[in-house]
Design a protein around this ligand. Structure first.
Ligand code: FES
Length: 107
C-alpha cells in the first residue's frame, strides 16, 4: 500500500507500507510529524485525526459510532466529510493508495 501525508507547508511524506496497515501505524512507524496515536489505535484519543483528500472520499468505509464520537473531540476543527481517525482506516482494497492532510495540531 502507499500513503501520502500532506503537511501544512505543502511537503508530502510518501510512504510504502504493507497492505492492511492503518493510516496511524503507517505514520507513527515512519515518524511522520503531526500524527501522535496516543491511545495506540483504540479510537480513544483523536490524536490520529487526518483529513482525507477529496478524490478518495467515495472509497472510504463507513465509520462506526466510536470513531464518530471521537471525531467530535479533535483539536483542529472536524470537517464534515474529510475528517477521519487514522487508526480506524486500513490501507487496503480501494484505499490501498491514499492521500491525507495532517492537521496543524493534535494536542
Ligand atoms: Fe487514538 Fe486513533 S490512535 S484515536
Amino acid at each position: 500500500a502507499r500513503i501520502c501525508f500532506v503537511h501544512g507547508d505543502g511537503h508530502c511524506d510518501d510512504l510504502s507500507v504493507p497492505d492492511g496497515t492503518t493510516v496511524m501505524r503507517a505514520a507513527v512507524s515512519h515518524s511522520v510529524a503531526g500524527i501522535v496515536g496516543e491511545c495506540g489505535g483504540q479510537a480513544m484519543c483523536a490524536t490520529c485525526h487526518i483529513y482525507v483528500s477529496d478524490k478518495y472520499l467515495e472509497f472510504l468505509p463507513d465509520m462506526d459510532e466510536d470513531e464518530d464520537e471521537m471525531l467530535d473531540d479533535t483539536v483542529e476543527p472536524r470537517d464534515p466529510v474529510r475528517s477521519r481517525l487514522g487508526c480506524q482506516l486500513r490501507l487496503e482494497g480501494d484505499i490501498a493508495d491514499l492521500e491525507v492532510t495532517v492537521p496543524g495540531r493534535q494536542v
